[in-house]
Write a new protein. Structure first.
Length: 398
C-alpha cells in the first residue's frame, strides 16, 4: 500500500493540485489594521522578540494575535518574533501561536544593525521550502539559531507556501512569483555597510529563491569579488542538478569568489523521498538527491563495489582556486526521519556537522572521504535515543 501511494504521489502533485481559495473576506480587510502597517515603532511590542522576519505573506491582523496567511501580500513586511507557543484554549484542540509584531521598515533595519554590530556584523538568513506554515518555519528558524549557537541576529524570510502536501505546484508558482521580493531584500542586506558576513541557509525549494538572488547580487555588485555572502548552505535542495552544474556553480563559485572565502555546502540523501517525488515530477535528478540518472554510471559503481550514488560535479576552473568552494555531505546512511528531507534538523550526526558549517568550519572530524574529493559521508554514532537527538539538534516540541 505504501509503495502504491508513493507511485501515485507524483501524479497527484503534478495533476491534482489543491486550488488556492481566495476566502470569504477581502484581503485588504485582513491587512487594514494599523498593526499590519505601522508607521511608528512600538518598542514595547517587540520586547522579547529576538528573531527577525521578512515576509511576503499576507497578514491577518483582525484578531488578538497576528497571523500570516498562505496568500501573497501586496508588499513585503518586516517583523520581529519569538519562538512558537502551543496554547490550549478552554474548548477545542491546542493551537500554535507565533508571537509576532510588525515594525516600520527603517526601525526593523535599525534593530538588525544594532544586533549585528554587537556580533561583528554577522547575520544568519534562513529561507524555507515547500509545504510550510508560519508555525513550522519559525520553529525551524529558532532551532537553526539554537543548535548552531549562532553569534549574531537570525533572520527568517517567509514566502507564501501553502503548507499542503498537494500544493507543490502552487508553492513552486509562489516561489517564482517572490523572486523579485527576495532578490531586492538580499541585495539591500548584502550592500549594507555594517553587514560583514551573511550565512544563508535554505531548505528544499528555498534554494531556488536563494541561488538566483546570490547570482544577481554578484552580477550587480560594484565589487563582486568581496561579496559578504560567504557561506551558503543548501539543505536538501530541490534544484535541477544539471542546471546547478552547468550554470549556477560557474557563477556563484567563480574562482575569485572562492578565493575570497565563498563556499557552498550541500546536504544530500538518497533516502530523501520528497526529492524522489520532485524528480518524478520534473523528470531529472535534484541537487539534494544522489540518484544515478545514468544507468551505466550506476552499473560501473556497482561493479567497483561502491554505493550507487551520483552527485553534482565540482566546478572546473582554468586555474584551481586556493580554497575549496563546493562540498557535498551525503547523509544517506545517517538519515534521521522526516522522509529523509530534513536531516540537518533531525539527525544527530548531521546536526553536529551543520552547526559547525554555520559557524565557518570547512571540515569536521566525523566526515569520511569518498572517491569524489568534494563529497563526504558522516560517521554514524551508536544509535542515539530520541532524547539524545533532541538534545543535540535542539528540537522544539511539534
Amino acid at each position: 500500500m505504501r509503495k502504491t501511494l508513493l507511485l501515485l504521489l507524483p501524479l497527484s502533485l503534478a495533476g491534482c493540485t489543491v486550488a488556492v481559495q481566495y476566502g470569504d473576506v477581502p484581503h485588504s480587510t485582513l491587512a487594514e489594521n494599523p498593526r499590519c502597517n505601522p508607521v511608528q515603532n512600538d518598542d514595547a511590542a517587540v520586547v522579547g522578540k529576538d528573531y527577525f522576519l521578512v515576509t511576503s505573506r499576507l497578514p491577518d491582523c483582525r484578531g488578538d494575535a497576528i497571523e500570516l496567511t498562505n496568500h501573497r501580500a501586496e508588499k513585503v513586511r518586516y517583523a520581529r518574533f519569538s519562538p512558537p507557543q502551543k496554547i490550549k484554549p478552554l474548548k477545542g484542540d491546542a493551537v500554535v501561536v507565533v508571537p509576532l509584531a510588525f515594525q516600520p521598515e527603517d526601525a526593523w533595519w535599525a534593530g538588525l544593525r544594532d544586533a549585528a554590530n554587537l556580533r561583528k556584523g554577522r547575520v544568519l538568513l534562513y529561507v524555507h521550502g515547500y509545504r510550510e506554515t508560519t508555525a513550522t518555519t519559525t520553529r525551524d528558524t529558532v532551532q537553526i539559531g539554537t543548535l548552531s549557537n549562532f553569534d549574531g541576529p537570525v533572520v527568517h524570510y517567509s514566502w507564501p507556501s501553502q503548507g499542503n502536501l498537494l500544493s507543490y505546484a502552487v508553492d513552486e508558482t509562489n516561489m517564482y512569483w517572490d523572486e523579485r521580493n527576495f532578490r531586492n531584500f538580499l541585495t539591500k542586506l548584502a550592500r549594507t555597510e555594517w553587514v560583514k558576513e551573511i550565512v544563508i541557509v535554505s531548505h528544499s525549494l528555498g534554494a531556488r529563491l536563494v541561488i538566483p538572488a546570490v547570482e544577481y547580487v554578484d552580477r550587480t555588485s560594484s565589487n563582486a569579488d568581496s561579496s559578504n555572502i560567504s557561506n551558503i548552505i543548501l539543505a536538501s535542495p530541490d534544484v535541477d542538478r544539471e542546471d546547478f552544474e552547468r550554470d549556477i556553480a560557474e557563477e556563484v563559485l567563480a574562482a575569485r569568489r572562492v578565493n575570497n572565502d565563498r563556499r557552498v555546502t550541500v546536504y544530500a540523501s538518497l533516502n530523501d523521498r520528497a526529492l524522489a517525488v520532485s524528480r518524478a515530477v520534473h523528470g531529472y535528478p535534484r541537487l539534494g538527491s544522489p540518484y544515478c540518472f545514468n544507468p551505466f554510471e550506476s552499473a560501473a559503481l556497482k561493479a567497483k563495489g561502491m554505493p550507487q550514488r551520483c552527485f553534482a560535479t565540482k566546478t572546473k576552473y582554468q586555474t584551481e582556486p586556493a580554497k575549496t568552494g563546493f562540498t557535498i555531505i551525503d547523509t544517506t546512511d545517517v538519515s534521521g526521519g522526516g522522509a529523509g528531507h530534513s536531516d540537518y534538523l533531525r539527525s544527530l550526526a548531521v546536526c553536529k556537522d551543520f552547526a559547525a558549517v554555520v559557524n565557518g568550519a570547512r571540515t569536521t572530524e566525523d566526515r569520511v572521504a569518498t572517491q569524489n574529493a568534494h563529497v563526504f559521508t558522516l560517521r554514524a554514532p551508536t544509535k542515539p535515543t530520541k532524547e539524545e537527538v533532541a538534545s543535540v539538534c535542539k528540537r522544539l516540541a511539534e
